[in-house]
Design a protein around this ligand. Sequence first.
Ligand SMILES: *Cc1c(COP(=O)(O)O)cnc(C)c1O
Length: 472
Amino acid sequence: MPRAKTSGTNSIFRDLPSVDAVLRTPTGRSVASEAGERHAASLTREVIAMLRDEMEAGSHHEAQPEELLHLSEARLEAAYQALELKRVHRVINATGVVIHTNLGRAPLSDAARRAVADAAGPCTVEYDLASGRRGRRGVMAEELLRELTGAESVLIVNNCAAAAFFVLMVFAAGGEVIISRGELVEIGGDFRVPDVLAQSGATLREVGTTNRTKLSDYERAVTGKTRVILRVHPSNYRIVGFTAAPSIEELAGLAHKHKLLFYEDIGSGALSELSAVGLADEPVVGVSLTSGVGIVTFSGDKLLGGPQAGIIAGRSEYVDRLRKHPLYRALRVDKLTYAALEATLQAYRRGTAADEVPVQRMLSISEHDLRQRAAMFLERLRGLTPANSGLGFELIEGESAVGGGAAPSARLKTSLIAVTHVTRTAPQLEMTLRQGSPPVVARIVDGRVVLDLRTVTEVEENDLAAAIASLS
Ligand SMILES: *Cc1c(COP(=O)(O)O)cnc(C)c1O
């Protein structure tokens, strides 16, 4: 029998469960075993406080004690799931954006994943097995990078932003850095060349105009305070049309004449011309170094397709000064990064990076292969979904993107699978996929959810197919 709960302010709350009662339910026990007793209790208190507020506002007055307990359980489960979504999850990247910054940039190769798992326990990051004594960090990764870029010396830091800051701080603080106006760019929303320069303690000397800068512009700007000539690869941005810039050799000559460091921040560059997989305007690290650049910096996780890292490559006289600088200790990388980087670089040394390194593979897969894969996948989806499922599929032409602030002018044609449902909207389908297990991240184009298999591995296709089929 429902009782009247309107008399007295306390009585309407009488049937709310206690925190302990909720924690004793199956849901309470399972949340507590995953998140810990204290966290489960704090979530439960929030759930009960919210129910209390709702009762005060006039809801749930007819609810029986056991209904309130069930409601609390359901709310606790939802609160826990909402928190769980914030954890770092593996996802399926069906966006076609190869180096997706929000999704962790480069997916690591199988060899790099195994290396990370191996290094997770005790490992030789600073131990030399040959002598049984302390070893130097990063020797193997540095050696591989020296070999692959032709650099005299290499140093590895946390990311390319740290590398740029470090180089400018050590070689230009208190002095001036000359840079072309066309290269004062922002990359990825929070890396702004002028801001990094200001933080390093150097003063910016802009020369030339946005579209044209001549050698004589640089020459006229050199004073007794000049320390560095900086060239920045605009990465995610192109100035086209009536443009001019001095060659690397000309700038190197100028730097040499005035005993200045010539530093080039390449960011997304390629290791060698061979690994530039059709991205014609990506600078090649080795080419810059042989053309007379003193230091080149680039990201480990852009076109290289390795872990997040900033690679500093160049002449020993410069790089070794950085290695001995006290700030290096604050910017160096951990054992997992070295492990992943070594394994990635070994694929380049073997000459198998095009097959083994996912970024390289995803960028080089042909239009024809993508169309075939998409057509087969579509047939598979039709097979998995009954005619009355409400789901519809269509193969359409589209474009993938390199992403990660790299190669903005590269056009990567692809075949997309458009997914529609008779009653559910594209944002509803997209959200269901995103919150599934494993989460699938897809794009919406012209009001339809689209899947791009360029960034989905063949192994992941199984999970992707199951996720789509469950939308019906
Ligand atoms: C991406 C990029 C950076 C920043 O690199 P992170 O590895 O993301 O820190 C710096 N400079 C250039 C030219 C870049 O393209």
